[in-house]
Design a binder for this molecule. Sequence first.
Ligand SMILES: Cc1cc2nc3c(=O)[nH]c(=O)nc-3n(C[C@H](O)[C@H](O)[C@H](O)COP(=O)(O)OP(=O)(O)OC[C@H]3O[C@@H](n4cnc5c(N)ncnc54)[C@H](O)[C@@H]3O)c2cc1C
Length: 464
Amino acid sequence: MSGGPESNKVVILGGGPGGYEAAHVAAQLGADVTIVDSDGIGGSAVLTDCVPSKTLIATAELMSEVAGAAELGVNFSDSEGDAATSLRVDLGRVNARVKRLAADQSGDIARRLDKDGVRVVQGRGRLDGPGRVVVGDDSYDADAVLIATGAAPRTLPTAQPDGERILTWEQVYDLTEVPTELIVVGSGVTGAEFASAYLALGVPVTLVSSRDRVLPGEDADASLVLEEVSKRRGMTVLSKSRMESVTRDGDVVTVTLTDGRSVQGSHCILALGSVPKTDDLGLEEAGVILKDGGFVNVDRVSRTSARGVYAAGDCTGVLMLASVAAMQGRIAMWHFLGDTVHPLDLKKVSSNVFTAPEIATVGWSQESVDAGEMQAESVMLPLSGNARAKMQGVRDGFVKLFCRPGTGIVVGGVVVGPRASELIHPVAIAVAESLTADQLAQTFTVYPSMSGSVAEAARRLHRF
Ligand SMILES: Cc1cc2nc3c(=O)[nH]c(=O)nc-3n(C[C@H](O)[C@H](O)[C@H](O)COP(=O)(O)OP(=O)(O)OC[C@H]3O[C@@H](n4cnc5c(N)ncnc54)[C@H](O)[C@@H]3O)c2cc1C
C-alpha cells in the first residue's frame, strides 16, 4: 500500500500504460500516488488504440481461418445441405464486443489501482511549476511528476475526419455496417493493420502508401511477404502515392493524390501518424524541454530536463508501443524511488505488426546490418518447409536470425507468420540473455511446431 505521512508524493498525468504501470511500481515502493486522467483509465491503449484494434483483428483472424477451411477438408452448408455461399461479419456486434471488452479492461485496471491505494483524479491536469499539478480548482504537490499524456491521431487541414465516413483509428468502432469499399491512407503499422483486418472481414480495400513499399519501417523481406499476400487476397496497394486531400460527397469519399489521380470508396481511415499531447501542459514554463514535433525530451531513465519531472510513453516519441510506455513509466519510478534500475534498451524490445501474416521483430535489424552498424551473420528460413505449417495450410512467412560472427551470440530476429507475436519470444530471450545460436538450436522444440523453425534457423548459423 502507498502513502505514509513521510512518503514521497508522486503525481502522474495520464492513465495509459505509461501512467498506470508507473503507479503500480510507485505504490509498491511505498510512495503516495495520484493519477490524473482525462479520458478513462487505461488510456488510448485500452480505450481506442491497442486493445480495440487487436480485438477487431481477432475477428478478422477467425474469418481468415474459416475462409481457408476448405483446404483442410471442411465445407459449410445450409440446412438443406447446399453449399453456403459466403461468410459475413456482423460489424455492429463485433464493435459492440470491442467496446465492451475495452471498457471491462479499463475497469480491471482501475480496480487494481484502487487496491494498490492509488488515488485516481478524473480531469485534465497541467503543471504549475515542476512540483505541482493543477486540475481545475484543485492542486496537488509532488516530489516527482510523471508526464504520460500520450498522443492523438494526426490529421491534415485537407483531410478532416467527420466521424462517419472519413475516420481516424479511434472512430472506426462506431461503424455498424461494413464499408462497401474502404480506403486506408497510410501504410505504417496502423494503416497496414486496419487494411489487413478489413480485407479479412470481406471488405474491398485500397491501401494508399506514399512510400515504395508498405511498412517502410519494418524488415524489407517481411514487408514484401505482406504486400504479396495482401495483393493475392485482393487488396489494391497504391505505392508511391501521396494523399493530397480526402473529401466526402454524400456516400462517396474521394482521396485525391498529389499526382492528380483519385480513388473513391465508401469510407476512408486516416492512418497518418500521431501527435503528442503536450500542448498547454505548462511543460516549458516548468523547464521541460520539448523536441521537434512537441515530444518531451527524455533520457534512458525517463528524466526530462526539469528536476523531478519524468516522462513516459507516446508523449516522448521514443518508440510508440504500449510495452515501451509501460517500461519507461516503471523505470521512472524505480529511478526516482531509488530502486535498482536498468536504462531503457530499445534493442531488447520485441514488437509485432498484427497483419495477416503477422510480423514480429526484436533486436538489430537487417537495415542496421546492411549499413554496417552491426556485424552479423544471418539466415532466413521459409516457413513453407515446416511440417506443422504444411499441416495447417500455411505457406507464407519465414524466420530470420542475426548472430555475431565470432561468438555466435544472437543479436536480432524477424518472424513472419501466423502468431509471429508468440514465436518471437524465444528469439527475444536469446537477445536479452546474449544466448548463442547454438544454445537456441540445442533447446528442444515440440515436433511438429512452428517454433521448430526458430531452432532450425539457429542450427543453420552453426560454425565449426
Ligand atoms: C491503432 C493502434 C494500435 C496499437 N496497437 C498496439 C499494440 O498492439 N501493441 C503495442 O504495444 N502498442 C500498440 N499501439 C501503441 C500504444 O497504443 C501506445 O504506445 C500507448 O497507448 C502509449 O501509452 P501512453 O501511456 O503513453 O499513452 P495513452 O495510452 O495515450 O494514455 C494517455 C492518457 O493520458 C490522458 N491525458 C492526456 N492529457 C492529459 C492531461 N492533461 N491530464 C490528464 N490526462 C491526460 C489521455 O486521455 C489518455 O487517457 C497502438 C497504437 C495505435 C494507434
